[in-house]
Design a protein around this ligand. Structure first.
Ligand SMILES: O=C(O)C(=O)C[C@]1(C(=O)O)C=C[C@@H](O)C=C1
Length: 367
């Protein structure tokens, strides 16, 4: 062995010793943090039966601090993701949180649930959005995760419509960059593909790519991307469009990656639950309002927000379920309902609306 190799081996050993020592310190501190969380649980338990263990506003603050404090070399997002998992484990020690999401396994909604709650939450896939709402209303799950809008394809009507009949509140939001891939199974012949399966939204998000690469191939809409991936397993002439999780789950091969038409394609998901969330200092509020069907109604509805400097982030219209040609507006804006400007705007909107429901104030998505 040359002298150089010996010294580089020696250097590696020294660095690994140092890493072992640091890991020991991290492990000790994580245990200390978990002990602290257990004490927090005691304090909460003393408040009674309905003690709330999961605190969205506090979690958002912890993640934001992790990002602010970070000096690299890890990115802020990477650092926050690590804290996300530590907090998820601490919460599971306090009280395991049960999360229902729009399944099946391998969908982007599962990915959003993991991103928001971390891997220590107990999550359960349900077949349709209505079931996710029902499961949380019935108390079988503490929280639900449902998609609400996609940057390319727009709003997910089913989710908005559920708020018309449900008393659930919005406790959080999470945004996910959506990358679609074309995938095939071991037995698929890439040159003989006659059918491509995917969810209708995903087919729409890849429309231009499909038009230019597979113009004559049949596009078959199925219930979810994961369902598309599952079908492809047994078909030699079919491919699926789905995300990474579905590819991993069903052991598929990528034929083309990131085929979405818009590189910034992302989907926003809502966390629904039964609790009202206190302010975290960077929040959003979602509102559902119906107006009398008369001239100037939309102007009257929006004017108070302008006057009180409240920044609208989204306005959607849906037909109301109570009568023909009457509409319900879904409005999102920055700020928490307990802050003076927002409270004043809400009071004025409430005065001119025929019906108004605050769906929730919640921390803006951190990750
Ligand atoms: O601060 C709390 O209320 C905690 O329960 C601690 C903690 C954490 O690990 O930091 C855990 C769960 C909550 O959702 C928020 C934060």
């Amino acid at each position: 062995m040359t002298e150089e190799i010996v010294s580089s081996d020696q250097h590696l050993l020294e660095l690994r010793d140092r890493i072992d020592e640091i890991d020991g310190n991290i492990a000790r501190l994580i245990s200390e943090r978990a002990e602290c969380a257990l004490k927090v649980a005691e304090v909460k338990k003393a408040t009674g039966e309905d003690a709330l263990y999961y605190r969205p506003e506090r979690e958002a603050q912890v993640l934001r601090k992790a990002m602010e404090r970070n000096q690299g070399p890890l990115t802020d997002e990477e650092m926050a993701r690590l804290f996300r998992e530590i907090m998820s484990a601490c919460l599971a020690l306090e009280e395991p949180v049960k999360v229902a999401y729009l399944g099946p396994e391998g969908t982007f909604t599962q990915q959003a649930a993991l991103k928001h709650f971390g891997h220590s939450a107990q999550s359960r896939p349900l077949a349709v959005i209505d079931e996710v709402f029902r499961e949380v209303e019935a108390g079988a799950a503490n929280y639900g995760v449902v998609p609400v809008e996609n940057s390319t394809e727009g709003v997910i009507n089913h989710t908005l419509d559920n708020f018309m009949t449900s008393n659930l509140k919005i406790c959080g939001e999470v945004e996910l960059r959506i990358h679609h891939h074309l995938m095939i199974s071991d037995i698929t012949r890439p040159d003989a593909i006659t059918r491509i399966y995917s969810h209708a939204q995903s087919l729409a998000q890849c429309r231009k790519w499909l038009d230019s690469h597979y113009p004559n191939v049949e596009r078959v809409a199925v219930a979810s991307n994961a369902e598309a991936a599952k079908r492809v397993k047994g078909e030699w002439n079919a491919a699926a469009i789905a995300g990474d999780m579905a590819a991993d789950l069903y052991g598929l091969k990528m034929l083309a990656e990131k085929i979405e038409d818009r590189p910034d394609n992302s989907t926003r998901f809502l966390i629904v639950g039964t609790q009202a969330v206190p302010a975290s200092s960077d929040d959003k509020t979602s509102l559902m309002v119906s107006m009398r069907n008369e001239p100037g109604a939309l102007h009257d509805l929006l004017e108070p927000f302008r006057r009180h400097n409240v920044d609208l982030t989204r306005v959607e219209t849906r037909p109301s379920q109570s009568g023909n040609w009457t509409y319900v507006f879904f409005i999102d804006f920055k700020g928490h309902r307990d802050t003076p400007d927002v409270a004043a705007a809400l009071k004025e909107v409430g005065a001119c609306a025929s019906d108004m429901k605050v769906l929730g104030s919640y921390p803006r998505g951190v990750l």
